[in-house]
Ligand binder design. Sequence first.
Ligand SMILES: Cc1cc2nc3c(=O)[nH]c(=O)nc-3n(C[C@H](O)[C@H](O)[C@H](O)COP(=O)(O)OP(=O)(O)OC[C@H]3O[C@@H](n4cnc5c(N)ncnc54)[C@H](O)[C@@H]3O)c2cc1C
Length: 503
Amino acid sequence: MSTLFQKLEKIVSKEFISNDLYVRHAYSRNVNPVLQGVPDIVIRPSDAEEISEILKIANKENFPVIPRGGGCCEWGGSIADGNTGILLDMKRMNNIINLDQDNLIVTAEAGISWGTLNDYLSQFGLYTGSLGPGSGLTASIGGGISHHSVGAGGCAKYGACTNQLVSLEVVLPTGEIIETGSQANIFSKFPFNRFGNGPDLAGLFCGDNGIYGVKTKVSLQVFPRPSFAAYKTFLLPRKDVEAASQIMTEIRRKGIDVYDTIYMPQVIVGTGTPMGLFPMWEQLKRKRGILFYTIEANSEIELTERVKQLDNIFLNKKAEELGPELSDGNFAKWQYENPWHLYHNLWGMVPASEPFTAECFTPINTLPELFIDTQAWENENKEDMNQISEITGNLTILSGSGPIAMIDGNNVEYTVGFNTSNSYHDGKKYEIIDELNLMLWKSLLIRIFKHGVQYYMFGTLPSSLMVEIGAYTQEYYNLLKSIKKILDPKFILSRGKFNLNGD
Ligand SMILES: Cc1cc2nc3c(=O)[nH]c(=O)nc-3n(C[C@H](O)[C@H](O)[C@H](O)COP(=O)(O)OP(=O)(O)OC[C@H]3O[C@@H](n4cnc5c(N)ncnc54)[C@H](O)[C@@H]3O)c2cc1C
């Protein structure tokens, strides 16, 4: 047993540390089949003080540390880079610390999931507004804030979960513990506001993908859940992407308060329905794109007025309303009543296949050009995709766009990627499939980058690609690196992301 292991064991006790091979392998992947990083040690701290001690030792020994929440990153963000390091599993830190019902702020440990937190809040008629990522039944609030996550529900109204952030407790890479926002003032008794006391230092850790510090406590605004809700689903006309984009833009132009508006492109409806994923759309003669809205209101009158305004927009664009019940095709009802379920169902919707995503934020009106280019990308890469099909016999290797949710501003979370086979087939591993998948994935990521989109849940692969292809201005990247050097002179935390390796 190494001396490093012994030193760490003293901090958390035997029960919460392991270097067993099977444990290390259990933490070696996220949800994609090609990126793997086996850590040397897995450790499960109970509080910020323990994390501070761990980081101080890691600095002395010059040993990398990777924070991991729910481990649901799609791009290998919470795995060891280069098969080395201490993996910090945050899921033991899952307590709710305080609900300030007067000021509508909840404070919880960073390892709690969005689902558990909202389950607790529902007892008080409250919710976090934006319900975090679609993976929020497992994904943690610390992971969500590290990614600017959005998508589970409420994102057209409340935007990315970082919009609701009030204050953070963060352990810096060298072990110091800080609190942001109102808590920067030692006389403040409880978190109440993010902005003030100088620059927005919480912002430094929002979407940082775990490079600038370990989030240990998160304070979020909470909101009373309105008592009235409506949800409707529409079948789009033939040019569905243009229609969806125009309807979403019109909703914003008219300033109508929607809770969610989500577009299910034709590829999802057309491929998923025959596979049994969407039984409520089986009766549709034409399996075209679907667009749905959900709204919330504090009175029946307010609700009725808004439904009228929204229906006008949809019907003017020749969208056809489906019936009110789920069995009539009203997917919106199901989505509103079952937050966090939408993306789980679609993950790997083609049997025996894996999705590689290039999800990003982009303005609503860029959707049509992105769709055309994704199709062009698939056509250009057909030969490589066919090579995989020939080995596995899986003919449904295809690219396309998943559910596209309206978020804050005039933007959408653009879900795009390709479904493919993984390298295990008929009891054998085909290295060539991993190579092809990785090559295709990089090529799609770069292709989408060049539309000027924003990636937000980076992982090592896309963040390094962004640096390698020169997508950052030199001045911006220098600043990113200088901040890293000040906070983490030995590049201990999340080494490798954004190509920050210490050189
Ligand atoms: C089925 C499915 C659906 C998904 N849907 C969405 C979606 O709708 N929207 C979306 O944004 N994403 C989605 N994702 C991607 C991902 O799950 C989310 O981005 C989620 O927020 C990640 O949280 P996590 O706790 O699992 O983070 P992890 O994967 O554990 O970590 C993510 C990153 O944050 C860092 N990190 C984690 N915790 C901390 C901490 N306490 N302090 C500092 N750094 C930390 C890690 O090092 C890593 O870089 C989905 C994934 C799946 C599998």
